[in-house]
Every structure is written in C-alpha cells, then in structure tokens.
Design a protein around this ligand. Structure first.
Ligand SMILES: NC(=O)c1ccc[n+]([C@@H]2O[C@H](COP(=O)([O-])OP(=O)(O)OC[C@H]3O[C@@H](n4cnc5c(N)ncnc54)[C@H](O)[C@@H]3O)[C@@H](O)[C@H]2O)c1
Length: 376
C-alpha cells in the first residue's frame, strides 16, 4: 500500500507531511481522526513506505433517533446529513417511528419512499440515509449513539421496551423537554433513561423551534455533557453552519431550563390571550427566568449552578423564543380566548403533536408540594 490507499480518506495529502518521521505522523493522524479510540477496534495492517505498522481503527458509530415528531424529524435531517459526510459515523441513521397511518399509508413507508415526514414535518425532505423503523428494538439494538426525542410522557414505556436489548456502552443524548415527578420528588428525564437503561446520558436544549431549524435558519443550541470526549463527539454529530453547538458541563441545569421554560411560555400565552402588551409579557419572562434560576439552585444538586449557563441558548434564548413562537404559548392564548379545555385545544390545534407546558406545570407543582416549597 502507499499513502493513497490508507483506509482513512482524510489521510492522504492533508495529514502526512513528507518531511515528518512516519511513525509520529501516523500516531498524530490516528489521534486526529480518532482511529485509536472507541470501544470497538478493528486491527488494520498498513504497509507504508516499506515499513509495516499495526493500527486499530474504530468502527463508525451507528446512530439511532428514538422519535420522529416535529423535532425528531428536524434533528434527523441534521444528523442524517452529518453522518453521511463524517467517517466517524455509520452512513445509515435509523429513526424509530411510532407507526401510524397517514392517508391510508404507513408513516414509515412514506418516510422511506418519499423521504418526508408528511405528518410531523411536512415540506422538508429527510436525507435518504435516514431509515424509518417501526420496531423500537430493531431500530435501537445495534446503536452506539441513541438520540431520545419523544414527548416526555412516553419515555417510561419506551425505556421498558429497550431495557436489556441495547449496547451497554451506548451513549445517549436526550432532546426531551420535561421532568418526571418520582416518589422522591424531581427526576430529570435523562436520569430516568440512565437509570432504566444503564447508559451514559447527555442532553441538548436550546432556542430551537423545529420548523425553523428544518428551514436551516440560524440558531444556537447547548449540549450539557460531563465527559469532554463525549461532548466533542456529539457536537460533531449535531453541529452545522446554521445550528451552532456550545458544550457545557452543567447538564442538569441545561435540562431543567428546557423543562421549565414551557411553563413560563404558558404564562406568556395567558398574557397574550388576556390582551396584555409586550411590557407585561417581558415582565412574565423576566420573573419566569428568576424562578427558573431559583428552582435550579434548589434541585440541581449534581454540581454548580452558574449564572453563565442561563445565558446560553438553553436558558434565556430558549425562554424568549418559546414565549413568542412556541406551541405552548399558542394553545395557552387560545385557552383564554375560547374557554375550551387544554386537551380539546391540543387535539384541535396540534395535529397529533403534544403539549409539554401544562403537564410540566402539574409535575413541578407536585414536586414543590412534596418539598413544602409551594410558598416560594
Ligand atoms: N417541536 C419543537 O420545536 C421542539 C423543539 C425542541 C424540543 N422539543 C421537544 O422534543 C420532544 C419531542 O417533541 P416533537 O416535537 O418531536 O414531537 P411532536 O409533539 O411533534 O410529535 C409527537 C410524537 O409522539 C409520537 N407518539 C404518539 N403517541 C405515542 C406513544 N404512545 N408512544 C410513543 N410515541 C408516541 C408521535 O408519533 C410523534 O412522533 C418533546 O420533549 C419536545 O418538548 C420540541
């Protein structure tokens, strides 16, 4: 073999300065492209300029997206395109789809044939390497990276189905906004997944209204991740020119922000429904942010709770966008104007999409009651 037949496509030209000793060049290239890292190793024997070297090359990581709603489909567009271009990831990205019939056809069949989720993200093509799979275990069992993006009320059942049937060293990342009200009070959704499946979890939250992300309009997002290497890998999987990722360590604060802002958005919607102006809504947003910070300072006990995290996309930016553009605001406004119940409006206005704000408000109320903190 010569340089040109090296198995890494990025090797030739870029990475082997001709004046550099072969051995050090080899080791820096392999570290650069992550060939020596990772749980699965495939030995690769390379004959280079008359010498023989034995390398290990990490197999491309298989990615599975658990969920295919509005946000699940928008993120599939990004992850599918990134995986297709990056040799660290397997080309095929499986997406678990909760099967349903749309105009007499199965949604999975529509996605795999027409490459569009016509129910939850109409008008946007998904990359052809995104494969819709209706069976959850089949979709997730061989994945190295699991992206959880379903409405939080379904996470318990989904984890039960996956339990014991996935790779033990898989990495998980949750894009789910909400909290769980367990017997001991607050439980983050990422903690629920970690406990049930025994995998290491990170989170991604931000000012990311799915349709705008799918339109490739510029936005920022925040990954909360304790492990720097995992954070870097997940950033490579998620980031694009128009979807800029910042990684922070305070994963629990990032996740709490994502859940609580939906409650504030319901308040902002009431404000709009009652005909109050922008000043009043700004007050609701400011007071809401103060309460989010106070709540995080009590309940995020895994590490520090720094003000800087609230200034990331997951904090103030997500709060603002949700209070102006999100579905929780919209339905809350209609609740005031029509007098219909939230359940009725969810059915009428959201075409199968789920509301998170009212359910999260109920859960947070019970959590505060449990801790005798209702007064706060
Ligand atoms: N849509 C957004 O703009 C956005 C942005 C950021 C984060 N999020 C969060 O992402 C998560 C997923 O939201 P979404 O917008 O992708 O979903 P969605 O509300 O658009 O769609 C609902 C999804 O739930 C599925 N579903 C229905 N019944 C089910 C069941 N019994 N079991 C499992 N799945 C079932 C449907 O098939 C559909 O895929 C939520 O936590 C949401 O807060 C959404």
């Amino acid at each position: 073999m010569d340089d040109r037949t090296w198995p890494c496509p990025q090797w030739a030209d870029q990475c082997l300065p001709p004046d550099r000793p072969i051995k050090s060049a080899c080791s820096s290239v392999c570290l650069l492209h992550n060939h020596t890292a990772g749980p699965q190793r495939q030995p690769v024997q390379v004959h280079l300029r008359s010498s023989v070297y034995l390398f290990t090359m990490a197999a491309p990581k298989k990615v599975c997206i658990i969920g295919s709603g509005n946000w699940g489909s928008a993120i599939a567009k990004i992850v599918g395109a990134n995986a297709a271009q990056n040799s660290k990831f397997d080309d095929t990205v499986k997406m678990w789809v909760f099967e349903e019939s749309v105009n007499g056809r199965k949604l999975t069949e529509i996605i795999n044939t027409d490459h569009e989720n016509v129910k939850y993200l109409p008008g946007h093509k998904l990359p052809a390497n995104v494969l819709a799979v209706p069976d959850l275990v089949e979709a997730s069992s061989d994945a190295d990276i699991l992206v959880f993006v379903i409405p939080h009320q379904f996470i318990g059942k989904v984890c039960e189905t996956m339990k014991g049937k996935i790779k033990g060293d898989a990495l998980g990342i949750s894009l789910i906004k909400g909290v769980d009200e367990g017997p001991d009070g607050l439980k983050l959704i990422s903690d629920v997944i970690q406990e049930k499946l025994g995998i290491t979890m990170s989170v991604l939250m931000g000012a990311n209204i799915a349709n705008e992300v799918a339109d490739e309009k510029f936005c920022e997002t925040t990954i909360g991740c304790k492990n720097k290497n995992h954070g870097a890998l997940l950033k490579e999987l998620m980031q694009t020119n128009n979807f800029r990722v910042t990684v922070v360590e305070e994963y629990d604060v990032v996740e709490i922000c994502g859940a609580l802002k939906n409650i504030v958005a319901v308040g902002a919607g009431f404000c709009d429904g009652l005909g109050f102006g922008d000043n009043t809504k700004a007050a609701v947003i400011r007071l809401g942010l103060m309460e989010m910070i106070a709540f995080a300072r009590i309940f995020c006990t895994a590490g520090p709770v720094s003000s800087a995290t609230f200034l990331e996309s997951c904090g103030v930016a997500d709060l603002i966008t949700t209070c102006y553009g999100g579905r929780n605001r919209k339905v809350a406004e209609a609740f005031v104007k029509t007098g219909k119940s939230i359940e009725e409006l969810e059915k009428e206005m959201l075409n199968g999409q789920k509301l998170q704000g009212p359910a999260t408000a109920a859960e947070v109320y019970l959590i505060l009651k449990h801790k005798n903190l209702i007064d706060k």
